[in-house]
Design a protein around this ligand. Sequence first.
Ligand code: DX5
Ligand code: ZN
Length: 215
Amino acid sequence: MPIIAPSLLSANFLDLQADCKMLNESEADWYHLDVMDGRFVPNISFGPMIVEFFRKATNKICDVHLMIEEPGKFAEQFKNAGADNLSVHIEACPHLHRNIQQIKSLGMKAGIAINPHTPVSALSDVLADIDLVCMMSVNPGFGGQKFIPHTIEKIKQLRKMIEEKNLKVHIEIDGGVTLENAPSIIAAGADVLVAGNTVFKSADPKATIAQLKKL
Ligand code: DX5
Ligand code: ZN
């Protein structure tokens, strides 16, 4: 069964309490929290202060996806805010190995996020050191975009790499996941589905989460 990680970016920020309550009562596994700085991506979302509110609102895993430059400067703040998983973008990290060590030494699970243009081969020398690959299936910055079909091929390649190295690394797919394309995403080898609009814009978000979970 896949891990379901609804992206709170698509929640109703005027009534987050209701959305958190819905998620807590649902079969969702992780809260996916998208942090954007307006520099690495062309949008600004929220920072550690808001992550801390989500932390207090749930016992579920807080999966923080940093779409920011110089993530090393903020890792400790996100740890203090309650992040369980912290993912940094490979494209933003000239000293990626150091970032991973930092995240792990702070006691969080370490994730690497990769943009659609980044080949999975770029991960080969750090794959053994991480817990999670957040593979972007849209260009990061906004919810509600269309899934890039080439991602399926990349998932298969990454799953093969993980198996060959005999590792336990989650493959999380982020962007444009729907009830229609989720089966082929899972069949290709992904085990974590991020879903923003598919969950929060659905008529019955809890039922949609349950449907994703059943795949
Ligand atoms: C995009 C974010 C995603 C996004 C997913 O930059 O990283 O997590 O919120 O939203 P949907 O599922 O609507 O594409
Ligand atoms: Zn994300």
